[in-house]
Design a protein around this ligand. Sequence first.
Ligand SMILES: [Zn+2]
Length: 186
Amino acid sequence: MSYLEYKLVPTRSFTVIRNCAGCGKKAPCQNTGKFRVNANGSRIDVWLIYQCSKCRHTLNLAIYERRKNTDIPAEEYQRFLDNDAQLAEEYGRSAALFQKNKAQIDHKDMAYELIPLQDTTDKTVCENRRQITIRNPYGIKIRPEKLAAEILGLSANQVRKQILKGTITIASSAQTIDISVLSDPK
Ligand SMILES: [Zn+2]
């Protein structure tokens, strides 16, 4: 029996799909890597700026709204002012930010990678089974069958057949996908 564990992470900022006021129809928006900071007395607003890929109409995603300046860590505040690219990327992959702003993530236009965390074999259990756990901390919406095919080196069709046969079972929740693979006795 072997245990494999992976972490599913986006390799770039999420794309937002929205009704663009500039285009007058649904259009994809991308992270510009820039912030907008508005200080009004002791109250501060910070937005991450997204932009329509077609007409460049902007979409501001609120990170902080009317917050006391003392609520925002000084180091992070400076990074907002500097348009820190790394920080902009971090916010661009934070599903919570998009949820809070009711911005719809385009899950079809998603770049991700599977980072191996663990690969161990327990020889005391002779069952010929592979237990695969995929952690999904970013809440990427992807069909578990697709990930199973990728990890096992099978086609989507082969995975479907094995699910029907019962040799592959998949259980998924928002943050974890469990795949159990029983090898055919030869
Ligand atoms: Zn547009």
